[in-house]
Structures are given as structure tokens and as C-alpha cells.
Design a protein around this ligand. Structure first.
Ligand SMILES: Nc1ncnc2c1ncn2[C@@H]1O[C@H](COP(=O)(O)OP(=O)(O)OP(=O)(O)O)[C@@H](O)[C@H]1O
Ligand SMILES: Nc1ccn([C@@H]2O[C@H](COP(=O)(O)O)[C@@H](O)[C@H]2O)c(=O)n1
Ligand SMILES: [Mg+2]
Length: 209
């Protein structure tokens, strides 16, 4: 697996057109537990986890020409132009041998969603949506302690606003298509994973097919 095809299934990168990878979008507010649960899904169900935020942070560290722009956007809780994020996701998919991916924190707005679909022709199998109250997400982010420049109260409030205004409409778009699998995320990590596991069980996946 590895090459990316456009919507007409023509080759875009890599070798001749191959089957598109299976993609699950993992969405939810900042601090809802997306990364934490993705790590468990990887362990139990063999997916590869790609976090859009992690890819953008790695791009800053790499000294790329886009680094300063990305850093400023992240500090302000803003959404980086789709072109930049999609290139990073495409590269990560291409470089990986797996054929099934969890794409965490993407699409973050309508522009992300439409551009990804247009460029890759990939429709998500389903969307995992971690629903969590803001007060709980705020508590988690302020206690995360991973040295993230956006885990301060000022930026957290901006991220919540962007989530409500730009990301929720994307979830509603997929809801209308019957693709959203909602998870109640304001529970202990293990309890959340029990709910996640049910979505990934072979029986549940059969219904998706
Ligand atoms: N169910 C939970 N209960 C309590 N704490 C949790 C739970 N899930 C995750 N956490 C903790 O909350 C913090 C945020 O979790 P995580 O990084 O998984 O969230 P996220 O949705 O990926 O956030 P972001 O959008 O900012 O990347 C971490 O410190 C994590 O250990
Ligand atoms: N599709 C995306 C995803 C993320 N960003 C930027 O990165 C920040 C951190 O994202 P996390 O998922 O790790 O919380 C986010 O606030 C955005 O600034 C983006 O632009 N586009
Ligand atoms: Mg995360």
C-alpha cells in the first residue's frame, strides 16, 4: 500500500493506481482524549495513527519553510491551510506500509474536508467522535504537561471557539451521511475504550462494509 490516487482513481503519487487505504477520522474537542484512545486502537486493531497536530509540530521542528507560519497558527489556535496539512498526511500515508489509518484531528473545518476528498478521493469509513464537556476538556489540557505551546488558558479558549465554529459543522456533515460513531468521552480512559472497542469489533465493522 502506499500510493495516493485522486478522486478519479488516477495516480497522483507513487506507482500505478492501487486500492485506497481505509481511513477513519478521529474528531472531538481539544483534550477530549483522541490521542489517548488512538494509542489503544492501534494496539488492539492494527491501525496506524496519524495525528495532524503531531505532523504539524514535527514540521515546525524540522526547520521547514512553513515552520514559523505553522507555529504562529498553533499558538493562536487557528487552522493551518489545508494544502500544508494534506501534504503531510499524504506523505505519512505513502511512507507507511499499512492499509488502514486513524486520522486524528482532521478534518478540522470544511476546507480541510473538501480538499482532502478532492485530492485523495478518500471517503472515511466512519468518523469517531469523542464528545466531552468543555470543563472536563479544559481540566485535562491544563493538566497535560507535555510542554505544548497551546496548552495555556488563553489559547485553549481560542481552540474551543474554533472547534465550535469550524469543526462541529464537519461532524454534522458526516452525521447527515450516517457516518458518525459518537463516544461518551467524559469517563475514565478504560471505560471510554470499552465503548470504542464496540465500534471496532468485527461484527460492527461488518455492518460498515
Ligand atoms: N478519559 C480520560 N479521563 C481523564 N483524562 C484523560 C482521559 N483521556 C485522556 N486524558 C488525559 O487528558 C489529556 C488530553 O488527552 P489527549 O492528548 O488524548 O487529548 P486530545 O483529544 O488528543 O487533545 P488535543 O486535541 O489537544 O490533541 C492527556 O493528559 C490525557 O492523559
Ligand atoms: N487539521 C489540523 C489539525 C491541527 N491543526 C493545528 O494544530 C493544533 C493542535 O492540534 P491537535 O489536534 O494536536 O490539538 C490546532 O489547534 C491547530 O492550530 C490544524 O491547523 N489543522
Ligand atoms: Mg491529540
Amino acid at each position: 500500500m502506499g500510493s495516493i490516487v485522486d478522486a478519479s482513481n488516477k495516480e497522483v503519487n507513487g506507482t500505478a493506481s492501487e486500492k485506497r487505504p481505509a481511513v477513519i477520522f478521529v474528531l472531538g474537542g481539544p483534550g477530549s482524549g483522541k490521542g489517548t484512545q488512538c494509542a489503544y486502537i492501534v494496539e488492539h486493531f492494527g491501525y496506524t495513527h496519524l495525528s495532524a497536530g503531531d505532523l504539524l509540530r514535527a514540521e515546525i521542528k524540522s526547520g521547514s519553510e512553513n515552520g514559523t507560519m505553522i507555529q504562529n497558527m498553533i499558538k493562536e489556535g487557528k487552522i493551518v491551510p489545508s494544502e500544508v496539512t494534506i501534504k503531510l498526511l499524504q506523505k505519512a500515508i505513502q511512507e507507511n506500509g499499512n492499509d488502514k489509518f486513524l486520522i486524528d484531528g482532521f478534518p478540522r473545518n470544511e476546507e480541510n474536508r473538501a480538499a482532502f476528498e478532492k485530492v485523495t478521493g478518500i471517503e472515511p469509513k466512519f468518523v469517531l467522535f469523542f464528545e466531552c464537556p468543555e470543563e472536563e476538556m479544559e481540566r485535562r489540557l491544563l493538566g497535560r504537561n507535555q510542554g505544548r505551546e497551546d496548552d495555556n488558558i488563553e489559547t485553549i479558549r481560542k481552540r474551543f471557539k474554533v472547534f465550535l465554529e469550524s469543526s462541529l459543522p464537519v461532524i454534522q456533515y458526516y452525521e447527515a451521511k450516517g457516518k458518525v460513531r459518537k463516544i461518551h468521552a467524559a469517563k475514565p480512559i478504560e471505560d471510554v475504550f470499552q465503548e470504542v472497542k464496540a465500534v471496532f469489533s468485527p461484527e460492527a465493522e461488518k455492518v460498515e462494509a
